[in-house]
Ligand binder design. Structure first.
Ligand code: CAA
Length: 393
């Protein structure tokens, strides 16, 4: 059991380095100058933000965790989380579109061979191309082991058949890591992971989803019909796919939780400004306890969520397995952003429910944090398993 002394021994600090402050500042300026001005119109039209992605790429705000050896910056989980909060403060639709390469490339970074990393990662740094993470299926979202997509070995190739849905950026991706069953009799142990170039014959984008929020991130469904890919595109060994997916999600959930904190922070700032300006009963509404207590709760919950995010990212950077803390962070930040944005709409009253003010979009955007990268119920399930059935590795 860790004690407070453990913190002293390991040098826990809430102070950012100068480099981290500069990185956060860069991301904040980018969010303010390049993302925010486009957030409302891109949301309304559900526009794929290719122009903003290209600028983010140019500034080095994408593919943060690709190591220097493969042309990247090799930033830490903590650094990535700082960037994620700021981009999502700008707009979580655009922020998710920019950040989703982290999820797409995660399996290659975690489980790819040196040759596979050299093949798939440097092009992401050379050009603003996208990759995606093909896990969910129409009948298997939370219950990953139920997936039906198959991959059958045929001499030097695999032939894939099935369908994937709710895949971020799939409609614009150059390649997707597709999870498929190589041995359907083995449940989760029969799942394998493959890099599938999206221009391979037999890959068909079936639809772009028309979503409630985060509308400028593409979320697509695609079919795989007799898709032939080289056996060299298998990541790890046959049967490793389930654990590759889980390890990837352990790594990306703090970043997603950071995005939720960014949206909550934006809603909070709007609510504070509005509460200072709007007058009822002869005083600004900030003077009414009914309002200022809501804002006090928002500030407290956001700070608590941010600390959980920082802790989970820090644990990753210490080389420790952070399944439990990643789920703490994702669960708490997702539920926090939903509460904070809902209360921000309440502070704005009727205006908050109108598209003329920014908070209704933030409330719509917030809902997705309780669903993607594992619902809030799945995070509770992971936490309960870690408490009652802890794993060794
Ligand atoms: N790291 C390493 N190994 C892990 C692990 C982890 N985090 N979690 C589980 N495992 C291992 C277990 O030890 C077990 O190993 P053995 O085979 O050696 O026994 C094996 O994996 C199976 O584990 P479980 O018995 O816990 O598996 P389960 O079938 O009960 O499911 C689950 C567990 C946590 C519910 C999992 O199915 C899950 O995470 N579901 C949610 C999936 C999800 O987040 N989907 C979102 C996709 S991304 C997205 O949203 C789209 C997008 O583009 C943004």
């Amino acid at each position: 059991m860790a004690t407070i002394d453990a913190g002293v021994e390991t040098g826990v600090s809430f102070a950012l380095t100068d480099e981290q402050k500069a990185l956060r500042e860069l991301a904040r300026e980018f969010a303010a100058d390049e993302i925010r001005p486009k957030a409302a119109s891109y949301d309304e039209l559900s526009t794929h933000p290719a122009d903003v992605i290209a600028k983010a790429h140019e500034l080095g705000l994408m593919n943060l965790h690709v190591s220097e050896e493969f042309g990247g910056l090799g930033l830490s989980a903590f650094d990535g989380m700082l960037v994620g909060e700021e981009l999502n403060w700008g707009c979580s639709g655009i922020g998710t579109a920019i950040g989703a390469n982290g999820l797409g490339a995660g399996p290659v970074i975690l489980a790819g061979s040196e040759e596979q990393k050299a093949q798939w990662l440097p092009p992401l740094l050379d050009e603003p191309i996208l990759c995606s993470f093909g896990l969910s299926e129409p009948d298997a979202g939370s219950d990953v082991a139920r997936m039906k997509t198959t991959a059958v070995r045929r001499s030097a190739d695999y032939v894939l058949n099935g369908s994937k849905t709710f895949i971020t950026n799939a409609g614009y991706a150059a390649w997707t890591v597709v999870f498929a069953k190589t041995d359907p009799s083995q449940g989760h142990r029969g799942i394998s992971a493959f890099v599938v170039p999206m221009d391979t014959p037999g890959v068909t984008i079936e639809k772009h989803l028309d979503k409630m929020g985060q509308r400028s991130t593409d979320t697509s469904a695609f079919a795989l019909t007799d898709v032939v890919i080289p056996a060299a595109n298998l990541l790890g060994e046959e049967g490793d796919g389930f654990k590759i997916a889980m390890r990837t999600l352990d790594f990306t959930r703090p970043g997603t939780a950071a995005g939720a904190v960014g949206v909550a922070q934006a809603a909070y700032e709007h609510a504070v400004e509005y509460a200072k300006e709007r007058v009822t009963f002869d005083v600004p509404i900030a003077m009414h306890q009914g309002v200022n207590f809501m804002i006090a709760d928002m500030a407290t919950q956001i700070e608590a969520a941010r600390l959980l995010v920082w802790q989970s990212a820090w644990l990753h950077d210490m080389g420790q397995r952070a399944t439990l803390q990643s789920s703490f962070a994702k669960l708490f930040a997702a539920d926090t952003v939903m509460k904070v944005t809902t209360d921000a709409v309440q502070v704005f009253g009727g205006y908050g429910y109108s598209k003329e003010y920014p908070v209704e979009k933030l409330m719509r955007d917030a809902k997705l944090f309780q669903i993607y990268e594992g619902t809030s119920q799945i995070q509770r399930l992971v936490i309960a398993k870690e408490i009652f059935l802890p794993r060794e590795s």
